[in-house]
Write a protein that binds this ligand. Structure first.
Ligand code: NIG
Length: 400
């Protein structure tokens, strides 16, 4: 990859040329022999390499593939502590249980603000280096007013999108109904200024349908967008509730009935599948193929968290979706970019078009197909987020 600085002073625009395959997620893509111009934080020009305009910086990627940065619409990265022992027990045959969340709650409550911020920042940088350029994260390991507010505040300083998940688990020792009142009342009031979204873990062992609906209605009344964790450990009411409340996304979708799939297909609610979590908890993989065949919008996300899915690799999720869930490469890449954007109700990310956020990743490969053809190989060669290069492990000794 050749990077040549032109004579003009001040970096205001970057021409990326020599793009062998450009996935745009627009009706005119993919493009071949293409170029893009990043100006400030946005794409300013997209077209054939041989008619590209000049820019302050010029980077030739030598025929490699470029695509939108990943939009990871589901993570839980405001946490402290480690759950290796729980993972080992699971691999030895123990089932995943929602109650493991309490282990991380205890560690998170004992951590300082600085430790939580540093841990979040470390994981976000890890994600950026692998091509993620827009990342959602959640509260949910605080579960007291003070701990949820500080989680939200810390997340808002670092992540693109922040979700309030006070309804992650009833904290040990608390009465469920009293806790739901708190989640819908004082806790919501305190957290709302820091977040765009509210979520609830609607599952046996967490919150039932009535409690979940109470949380969603309170959050909607406070002006927050809605998300739901549903149908992770068994069939249940999560999907139907999410659709009924016009949630932007229902996440997990591991156990779906035909009626759930139909409901999602005729709704505005995105089905977000989390294959790394399904594998790490030894569950079946979510029926993403059936969802797409029915006409539902599917997003792929990592669910990065220390309990059920400790990975920030969207490429791993994409490869799994292709190799084990029956998606084509194009469908999986779309689900990990534009699908994630739809799950966050955003049109400025997950797409390469003039005016969109200048978020782009370059693979050390001639096509996006290599994401599944060469699974596990770190193919991310370069990443731009908001028009700025992210240092990646693989960045070649570029001349500037
Ligand atoms: O999405 N399902 C609930 N929450 C997380 C798990 C969190 C944990 O186990 O710490 C999830 O899988």
């Amino acid at each position: 990859m050749k990077r040549i600085r032109t004579d003009r002073k001040g970096t205001v625009s970057t021409l990326i040329t020599g793009i062998g395959e450009l996935t745009t997620n627009t009706p005119d893509g993919p493009l071949h022999d293409a170029a893009v111009v990043l100006e400030g934080e946005h794409f300013a020009w997209i077209g054939p390499a041989n008619s590209a305009p000049p820019a302050d910086l010029r980077v030739d990627i030598g025929g490699r593939a470029a695509l939108p940065g990943w939009v990871d619409s589901h993570t839980h990265l405001v946490f402290a502590g480690d759950r290796t022992a729980e993972f080992e027990a699971r691999m030895a045959g123990q089932p995943y249980r929602a109650g493991g969340i309490a282990t991380t709650v205890a560690a998170t409550r004992s951590a300082s603000d600085e430790q939580l911020s540093a841990n979040l920042r470390r994981h976000v940088i890890e994600a950026y280096r692998q091509g993620t350029t827009c990342l959602e994260t959640k509260t949910g390991y605080g579960l007291s007013v003070a701990d949820e507010v500080r989680s939200a505040r810390i997340a808002a300083a670092i992540a693109d999108e922040v979700t309030y998940l006070g309804a992650h688990l009833v904290p040990p020792g608390a009465d469920a109904e009293t806790y739901v009142d708190l989640v819908c009342g004082d806790m919501l009031d305190a957290v709302a200024p820091h977040v765009r979204w509210a979520d609830v873990f609607c599952e046996t062992g967490a919150f039932d349908e009535e409690q979940s609906d109470r949380v969603l209605r309170a959050a909607a009344a406070r002006g927050l967008g809605l998300r739901v964790h549903g149908n992770q450990l068994g069939t249940g009411p999560g999907v139907q509730l999410a659709v009924r409340r016009d949630a932007a996304s229902v996440d997990h979708c591991t156990y779906l009935t035909d009626a759930d799939i139909e409901a999602l297909a005729s709704s505005n609610t995105v089905a977000t599948v989390l294959p790394a979590c399904d594998l790490s908890t030894r569950q079946p993989l979510a029926p993403a193929r059936a969802l797409l065949d029915a006409g539902a919008t599917v997003a792929l996300a990592t669910n990065a968290n220390p309990g059920s899915s400790y990975t920030t690799s969207m490429a791993y999720c994409v490869a799994t979706a292709v190799l084990q869930m029956g998606l084509s490469v194009a469908e999986a890449v779309y689900a990990g970019t534009a699908g994630g954007a739809k799950a966050l109700r955003r049109s400025d990310v997950g797409v390469i078009e003039v005016g969109a956020r200048a978020d782009l990743q370059v693979l050390d490969a001639p096509s996006a197909t290599h994401l599944a053809y060469r699974p596990g190989v770190p193919l991310t060669l370069a990443v731009w987020r908001l028009g700025q290069p992210i240092p990646t492990a693989q960045r070649p000794g570029a001349t500037e």
